[in-house]
Design a protein around this ligand. Structure first.
Ligand code: OXD
Ligand code: MN
Length: 591
């Protein structure tokens, strides 16, 4: 290693020192490496990762600063079945979470983690979730034996000295322990202890399970802290729409994993909207809190994008392609002979030969996919050409609209607006989507995914809905709620709506509604635009009749839809707010 002082800049915070002392005595690493977030540290750790085969250096002419990581093929997605919320009572975790009492979970994990870092280095990774100096920002310390985690965490969060500076002598930080063990699915647990602001993750090295700032802290623990402290931790992107007159409107949007949050957050408007601009605040997580002016404000706690690679190309997401053209860690994508990366959907025709995500020779005749369907890029937000200037604003941005959406091939219209806050919470609570490769398990099945938080809510989902309803009292000027579905298909299985940049048209109607400029019709579902209220100008081969098809609402389909939401409501019944049951009744009556 270049500089022997690297890794020696200990924290001076007593609480951190004590915790690291106890943790290192338990895990017994050969060495403790204190990360400071410096460029020198990044260079040295990257070199070490390349030398040990954890990272493969890509073609530095084509992709400067980019590396490829291949995970263990048994470890490629989030594992909801191994994810636990450990609260004293099972009721507090609720029926949508796996639960174990903290004492039981510790009894199981202690022997697994005892001595687990023998012969290895323990990295201490201090990080901030949120911009420095923001009252919404929180500090985490992740202890890990994975150099891949260290290098990814410094992309995904503001990592290093900045976190120690923010924390000072306080004890208020998330304690996260990650031990890879032997990356064995039989010994894989992602355990959350919300009462102690603590996480223990073992047996995995996949991002969503081990970059502890992201899903574990910012969503599961965050949602619990938000309930206690009066804010919301949500699985939402945040973007700003700037109109030709310079008016900026910010919206947040919850879509389940791998439903296009990153594409939407970085959208390039179509030619007809050339004087409009989309600004990205975040692509996955929003922390939202009422501001002193009575509006709801949001920050993106993250500092990077851990996005799904397949399907990403210059057409679907030009800004992402630019973002991932340098200083990016790729995981489980395919490798070209000249050290470039490839995934399904990157180009129309695949290269004649590749090394696939498992490290095997691949040709277009191969039966398997070249890149894993959940292969990822991990890139700093500062690479993004559409990064909003407000991204580091400690106050966050004021939210005018909250958009819910899912991947549904039938029934759900392109866009509608809820009648009011309570109805909006009902619309979010009954959201659904077809499952994707982001989590292990079957793909393509419709499941209820309330507010896209089913895998991420750190406490009882019924109480979470109550918290959402209660938040209204502290917001004088509440955002409006909308629901969108880009994925509706016709009987031939073709998408009814072109999506991607054209989603700008939906967004325009949404912000025009928020700013009191757009017309709408009342329907049983909510307010919807008629073809005359919706800007279709400049869309080739897309008629007002086709638009009407995307918006079509069939009463019989919707009655079935309500019945299918009942299953979730029954499951959550003991804590379900009565307001949502009334909303169900009102919807049935309107139908
Ligand atoms: C993600 C996910 O990685 O939701 O963002 O799975
Ligand atoms: Mn996500």
């Amino acid at each position: 290693m270049a500089n022997e002082n690297l890794g020696t800049r200990k924290s001076t915070n007593r609480h951190i020192l004590d915790w690291i002392e106890v943790t290192s005595r338990h895990c017994e690493p050969d060495k403790i490496f204190w990360c400071d977030g410096s460029e020198e540290e990044k260079r040295a750790l990257t070199q070490e990762a390349v030398a040990s085969g954890i990272l493969i250096e890509l073609n530095q002419q084509k992709l400067p600063g980019c590396y490829l990581h291949r995970s263990n093929p048994n470890d490629v997605a989030r594992v909801e079945q191994c994810t636990y919320i450990c609260t004293p009572s099972e009721d507090e975790a609720g029926p949508a979470n796996n639960w174990k009492a903290p004492r039981e979970m510790y009894a199981m994990l202690r022997p697994m983690t005892k001595g687990s870092m023998r012969g290895r280095t323990m990295y201490v990774v201090p990080y901030l979730m949120g911009p420095p100096g923001s009252p919404m920002t929180k500090v985490g310390i992740e202890v890990t034996d994975s150099i891949y985690v260290v290098l990814s965490m410094r992309v995904m969060a503001r990592m290093g000295q900045v976190a120690y500076d923010e924390l000072g002598n306080s004890d208020d930080f998330n304690r996260g322990l990650h031990c890879m063990l032997d990356v064995n699915p039989e010994r894989r647990f992602i355990a959350h202890f919300p009462h102690e602001n603590k996480i223990i993750s073992v047996g995995s090295n996949y991002g969503g399970n081990v970059l502890l700032g992201k899903k574990c802290f910012a969503l599961r623990i965050g949602s619990y802290l938000g309930k206690r402290e009066g804010w919301l931790a949500e699985h939402m992107l945040i973007l700003g729409v700037e109109s030709p007159t310079g008016e900026k409107t910010f919206v947040s949007a919850a879509f389940p994993s791998a439903c296009g949050k990153t594409n939407f957050a970085m959208m390039v408007p179509p030619p007809k909207f050339k004087d409009w601009k989309i600004w990205t605040i975040g692509d996955d997580i929003a922390w939202m809190k009422p501001g002193v002016d009575g509006r709801l404000y949001a920050i993106n706690p993250e500092a990077g994008y851990f996005g799904v690679a397949p399907g990403t190309n210059a057409e679907t997401n030009r800004n992402a392609m630019e973002t991932i053209s340098h200083d990016t860690i790729y995981t489980n994508v395919a490798l070209t002979p000249d050290g470039d990366v490839w995934w399904e959907g990157k180009t129309e025709t695949p290269p004649p030969e590749l090394i696939d995500w498992r490290g095997n020779q691949w040709t277009p005749d191969s039966k398997e996919k070249a890149a894993h369907p959940n292969s990822r890029f991990c890139a700093p937000m500062t690479n993004n050409p559409s990064l909003a200037p407000e991204v580091n604003d400690p106050n966050g941005v004021p939210i005018s609209a909250i958009i819910f959406g899912g991947r549904r091939s039938s029934t759900i219209p392109l866009v509608y607006s809820a009648f009011n806050w309570i109805h909006g919470v009902y619309v979010g609570a009954t959201m659904s989507s077809e499952t994707t490769a982001a989590a292990s398990g079957a793909v393509g099945q419709v499941r209820r995914d309330p507010m896209a938080m089913l895998p991420f809510c750190g406490y009882n989902m019924g109480e979470y809905f109550k918290h959402w309803l209660n938040m209204r009292k502290n917001i004088k000027y509440p955002p409006r709620f909308f629901h969108v579905n880009w994925f509706r298909k016709n009987e031939q299985g073709e998408y009814l709506w072109p999506g991607f940049g054209e989603n700008m048209r939906v967004l325009k109607w949404i912000i025009d509604r928020c700013n009191g400029r757009a017309h709408a019709h009342e329907t049983p579902l909510g307010w919807v635009p008629g073809p005359e209220d919706f800007d279709l100008e400049g869309m080739e081969n897309f008629s007002p009749e086709q638009f009407a098809e995307t918006q079509q609402m069939n009463n019989e389909d919707w009655k079935r839809e309500v019945l299918s939401t009942d299953e979730l409501f029954m499951k959550l019944y003991s804590h379900l707010p009565k307001e949502l049951i009334f909303q169900r009744e009102l919807l049935v009556a309107r139908l």
